[in-house]
Design a protein around this ligand. Structure first.
Ligand SMILES: NC(=O)C1=CN([C@@H]2O[C@H](COP(=O)(O)OP(=O)(O)OC[C@H]3O[C@@H](n4cnc5c(N)ncnc54)[C@H](O)[C@@H]3O)[C@@H](O)[C@H]2O)C=CC1
Ligand SMILES: C[C@]12CCC(=O)C=C1CC[C@@H]1[C@@H]2C(=O)C[C@@]2(C)[C@H]1CC[C@]2(O)C(=O)C=O
Length: 255
């Protein structure tokens, strides 16, 4: 299905990103796994086989992302798809009245820096390389897929930073799709609900059970493969552009 296709996946060493790398390779694609040097990215790429390579990347660094693009060119000669999965979760109330402590400004800045600025940094740099592709019969040169969260819309107590970072990703989806339309590069954002990944597994199992029960149908956490299936579908469907797609079993999170 994806023979000849080359993708970059940030956050590709874990969770949603890793499942996406697995599926793209299974469908005949080749993948550059980008993740922090401290991540298990190197082992991940080895497990994925010869159609994968790991490049240590902090998505907030211009130089790191440029290095990843250089490796993509050297190893696979082109880039068709970028999937932005790198992200961090944070939780803090705007003011802790028991401890007389305001929200930690550094935590707010870090969350925005990784989830929003990091995603933007990757988009602005991959666009140049995807734009070099010859257009297909439909005029398309490639696709950029971002990961927001349903917290962008129904942010819960403690999620001011996380929700703001993801709402930023939602907000820039349409203008960037418009910016890149003439080059035939599509931009689509997925807003996942609750998925069983290491990020979610920071929570104790009873809390996860409670979250599962709050999902109308199916009342369970999503499987990362189900996220990857949506990535596959976005790549295949050229009409999808400038949109944010919720993938959440119709969950609307409570305060
Ligand atoms: N798991 C869930 O239920 C949901 C996840 N999301 C979003 O999906 C994305 C993927 O999350 P998961 O797979 O669940 O988490 P995860 O924690 O399993 O994977 C995230 C990956 O991002 C990497 N990363 C973190 N900071 C980075 C940086 N500065 N540069 C490069 N890589 C970095 C981590 O090393 C990790 O491998 C995140 O953006 C998250 O906010 C959104 C909604 C729900
Ligand atoms: C940051 C959270 C909440 C507080 C906590 O003790 C542990 C966490 C780790 C998993 C996070 C939690 C959260 O705030 C919601 C998200 C970010 C969750 C992982 C997915 C999450 O449910 C989400 O993005 C929802 O849209």
């Amino acid at each position: 299905m994806f023979k000849g296709l080359v993708g970059i996946i940030t956050g590709g060493a874990s969770g949603l990103g890793r499942a996406t790398a697995e599926l793209l390779i299974k469908q005949g694609g080749r993948v550059i796994v980008c993740d922090l040097p401290t991540s298990p990215g190197s082992d991940t790429a080895k497990q994925l086989g010869e159609n994968a390579a790991f490049v240590p990347v902090d998505v907030t660094s211009e130089q790191d992302v440029k290095n990843a693009l250089q490796t993509t060119m050297d190893k696979f000669g082109r880039l068709d798809v970028a999937v932005n999965c790198a992200g961090i979760a944070s939780a803090c109330r705007i003011y802790n009245f028991k401890k007389n402590q305001p929200f930690d400004l550094k935590l707010f800045q870090k969350t925005i820096e990784v989830n929003l600025v990091g995603t933007f940094n990757v988009i602005r740099l991959v666009a140049g390389m995807i734009g070099k592709n010859a257009p297909d019969a439909d005029g398309q040169r490639g696709v950029i897929i971002n990961t927001a969260s349903i917290a962008a819309f129904d942010g819960q107590i403690g999620q001011a930073a996380y929700s703001a970072s993801k709402a930023g990703v939602v907000g820039m989806t349409l203008p960037i799709a418009r910016d890149l339309a003439k080059q035939g590069i599509r931009v689509v954002t997925i807003a996942p609900g609750l998925f069983r990944t290491p990020m979610m597994q920071q929570l104790p199992e009873p809390a996860i059970k409670e979250l599962e029960a709050s999902v109308p149908f199916p009342s369970r956490l999503g499987n990362p493969h189900e996220y990857a299936l949506l990535v596959q579908s976005i790549i295949q469907n050229t009409m999808l552009n400038g949109e944010v797609i919720r993938l959440d079993g119709s969950l609307r999170m409570q305060p």
